[in-house]
Design a protein around this ligand. Structure first.
Ligand SMILES: Cc1cc2nc3c(=O)[nH]c(=O)nc-3n(C[C@H](O)[C@H](O)[C@H](O)COP(=O)(O)O)c2cc1C
Length: 196
């Protein structure tokens, strides 16, 4: 908290499951961001209100016409106003979900406007298998957020350890003790970053 102004942390759920594994992990991080306003939005639902579910490169430069006035535009606005963002995805074929990728692609105009440069972000993913591609999914999310100019935070904190790429879980995430510790550590890292 800076003075009396609440800091706002946004969780973006790239899973079609509203209350699945990805949601669980996002919630574990955000509920431990004490003193902050938090919200988790389901990005697939937001995308469904836009004209096309993924970018078809209809105008160069992008004129945002496919999502003007939709829940997707509201999601981009929330991200623009957030002090930090936590991106969550199920592992799909060793990468992020198509929904989350479409969210990154369709926001291309905002990249040109430099809207997200320097915004801190962290990552949570869950796969059904151990070594099922959790780290490659996070690496793909790193690439997209770097292309936006965002600042990547690992789940490392002084209270825990330096950590690695992001929070990686094996389903069921609630029983993955290591991932749960990482969620707590990511929350601490975010709090330290945004209270600098
Ligand atoms: C299309 C599809 C692809 C998947 N690919 C992988 C994969 O490559 N590796 C893995 O460990 N799990 C894979 N899974 C399993 C999901 O990652 C897993 O069920 C995840 O925990 C679901 O999260 P959610 O409850 O938030 O949707 C896949 C599931 C689906 C539907």
């Amino acid at each position: 908290m800076k003075g009396m102004i609440f800091l706002y942390i946004l969780g973006i759920n790239g899973s079609p499951n509203e209350n699945g594994e990805t949601y669980y992990l996002l919630n574990e991080v955000l509920r431990q961001c004490e003193g902050c306003e938090t919200e988790i939005i389901n990005i697939g639902k937001c995308l469904a209100t836009a004209k096309n579910p993924f970018c078809i490169n209809c105008s160069v430069p992008c004129n945002k016409s496919c999502y003007k006035g939709t829940d997707l535009e509201a999601a981009y606005n929330k991200m623009a106003n957030a002090d930090a963002v936590v991106f969550g995805s199920p592992v799909y074929f060793g990468s992020m979900s198509a929904q989350l990728k479409a969210f990154f692609d369709k926001g291309r105009a905002l990249r040109g406007e430099k809207v997200f440069i320097g915004k801190p972000c962290g990552f949570v993913v869950c796969g059904a298998s151990m070594f099922g591609g959790q780290e490659s999914a996070i690496a793909a999310m790193h690439a997209s957020t770097l292309v936006y100019g965002m600042t990547i935070l690992g789940p490392g904190s002084n209270e825990f350890d330096a950590a690695h790429l992001g929070v990686c879980a094996v389903k069921p995430a609630k029983d993955d003790n290591w991932a749960n510790k990482r969620c707590a550590s990511l929350a601490k890292r975010i709090l330290r970053e945004i209270n600098k």
